[in-house]
Design a protein around this ligand. Structure first.
Ligand code: G1P
Ligand code: ZN
Length: 546
């Protein structure tokens, strides 16, 4: 065990979901070590504790796992549970932390950001409840990273992380575990696997796109193994360090192979994709005239909530639901009908943890293709797919039927997010500052046939611990309930990304058949005008529309 002198790196500040930087930044000597030691120090040390370690298999994953194991040993950890091959999806890491009651875990992932030598790498700390560390802890980690002078590491040969079983580094036990087994066991406790098996046996079909990322091994074992889906149901199911040079973000812009397969008369009954670390999901049905039916994540959350009692785990009903502020209010309409509370939190899964722990919410979701429940403390991509499969199998309905019936009952919340990427940080900040500056004067003003009812900068007081998070995004709400939300991304590694979220509610089923972008056209024009997007950024069109 040795202690190495070091100096702080600036900018080791965790964002929406951990610390994300270019691989080349993480490859600098001491960079990862400094951050890992800062985590341990911020937690008051890890002597005698058990930690979980794993990642999404992206470039630099294996090297980082070795460093963390050796540092955990030198910092006096009693035990480290490592996913074989250094693999653990984000929801599987959460599951393992909870199941074995560990002190916490380190997950290596930059989620949906591209990987490879020129791509992104990331690291996040999850606490004992299995969820992302709350802001209080991420701020303490950052503070430690700015004053660090040394770190502890074992001078040991690389540990064999590919063979299941246990061994030691010094007095620290290292256990290499099957990354899928605990997660697969948990899912079987939640869903009606017999009904889903019968659905596949009856000839129904699914295409699951692993996008060359970490969901592949989980999907192979659960869908094709335990549920008997035919071989070939899972595509792009082998994790690659560079995700096949792709962008492992399951949305219509990047999951193009899935969208193509869901088009045409021979499309499978159901399609789904998951991201780099397997916590996101996109679900697709067969639409009209060979068109894929892309289900917006906000709608998916609402539909799962409305039908939850068809699933064994949620048969007794939901305690409440929670959504991030920019997520559409479709789930709020369901909550009203069910007579349960609906919570609105800032963007980022860490804000759901307290609500789930306190038993105030059962299902949570974000518009960014994230859905989950109290079974773990992370969003869970394959869980959402299994939930949908359970609904399809139990109701015998098609995806399109379930969606149409939902809209008829609750109304349709047209929804889209427009991203403006690669903006110079000063320009993006200037846009937000200007927008914030005029919030107080906006109520009552008109724009493109819409009248502004209220405008504010979202602040959240956690109902469990009372902590306050300010400046979480500008909300413009129009008479009739349409909304525009503006915020800057907290996960990028280059420049700034402006996210513009658009929502319009239409109650009458006669108005449910419009293309989304057409239905939102007046809001899109209002958004450009209100924020002066063109003037501030030079961009007249978004770079990504989801
Ligand atoms: C994005 C999403 C957010 C999600 C996060 C991590 O963060 O918008 O909902 O929780 O990724 O997956 P952002 O880049 O907007 O800060
Ligand atoms: Zn992710």
């Amino acid at each position: 065990m040795t202690t190495v002198a070091t100096q702080p790196f600036s900018g080791q500040k965790p964002g929406t979901s951990g610390l994300r930087k270019k691989v080349t930044v993480f490859q600098q000597p001491h960079y990862l070590e400094n951050f890992v030691q800062s985590i341990f120090d911020a937690l008051g040390g890890i002597a005698g504790q058990t930690l979980v370690v794993g990642g999404d298999g992206r470039y630099h994953n294996r090297e980082a796992v070795q460093t963390i194991i050796k540092m955990a040993a030198a910092n006096g950890a009693a035990k480290v549970l490592v996913g074989a091959g250094g693999i653990l999806s984000t929801p599987a890491a959460s599951c393992v932390i909870r199941k074995y009651g560990t002190f916490g875990g380190i997950v290596l992932s930059a989620s949906h950001n591209p990987g490879g030598p020129d791509g992104d790498f990331g690291i996040k700390y999850n606490i004992a409840n299995g969820g992302p560390a709350p802001e209080k802890i991420t701020e303490a980690i950052y503070a430690k990273s700015q004053t660090i002078t040394s770190y502890h590491i074992a001078e040991a040969a690389d540990y064999d992380i590919d063979t299941l079983g246990s061994g030691e580094i010094g007095s620290c036990r290292i256990e290499v575990i099957d990354p899928v087994a605990d997660y697969a066991e948990l899912q079987q406790q939640l869903f009606d696997f017999d009904a889903i098996r019968a659905w596949f046996a009856a000839g129904h079909t699914l295409c699951f796109d692993g996008m060359h990322a970490v969901s592949g091994p989980y999907a192979h074992r659960i869908l094709e193994g335990l549920l008997g889906a035919p071989a070939g149901t899972v595509i792009n199911g082998t994790p690659l360090p560079d995700f096949g040079q792709g962008h492992p973000d399951p949305n219509p812009a990047y999951a193009t192979e899935l969208v193509a397969r869901m088009s045409g008369p021979d499309a499978p009954d159901f399609g789904a994709a998951s991201d780099g670390d397997a916590d996101r999901n996109m679900v697709v049905g067969r639409g009209m005239a060979g068109e894929p039916l892309l289900i917006s994540p906000s709608d998916s959350l609402a539909i799962l909530a409305a039908n939850a009692t068809l699933v064994p785990a949620y048969r007794a009903g939901l305690k409440g639901v929670a959504r991030s502020m920019p997520t559409s209010t479709a789930v709020d309409a369901v909550a009203r009908a069910l007579g349960i509370p609906a919570f609105e939190t800032p963007t980022g899964w860490k804000f759901f943890g307290n609500l789930l722990d306190a038993g105030m919410a059962t299902l949570c979701g974000e518009e960014s293709y994230g859905t989950g429940s109290d079974h773990v403390r992370e969003k869970d991509g394959l869980w959402a797919v299994l939930f949908w499969l359970n609904l399809l199998a139990t109701t015998g309905k098609s995806v399109a039927q379930i969606v149409q019936e939902h809209w008829s009952r609750f109304g349709r919340h047209y929804y889209s997010r427009h991203d403006f990427e690669g903006i110079a940080t000063e320009k993006a900040d200037a846009l937000m500052t200007a927008l914030r500056g005029k919030l107080a004067t906006l109520a009552g003003q008109g724009s493109h046939g819409l009248v502004i009812a209220e405008a504010d900068d979202f602040a959240y007081t956690d109902p469990v611990d009372g902590s306050v998070s300010r400046q979480q995004g500008v909300r413009i709400v129009f008479q009739g309930g349409s909304r525009i939300v503006f915020r800057l991304s907290g996960t990028g590694t280059e420049g700034a990304t402006l996210r513009v979220y658009l929502e319009r509610f239409v109650a009458d089923p006669a108005g449910h058949g419009e293309p989304t972008q057409t239905a939102l056209a007046p809001l899109i024009m209002a958004a450009h005008e209100l924020a002066g997007i063109g003037q501030h950024t030079g961009l007249t069109e978004p770079t990504v529309v989801t």
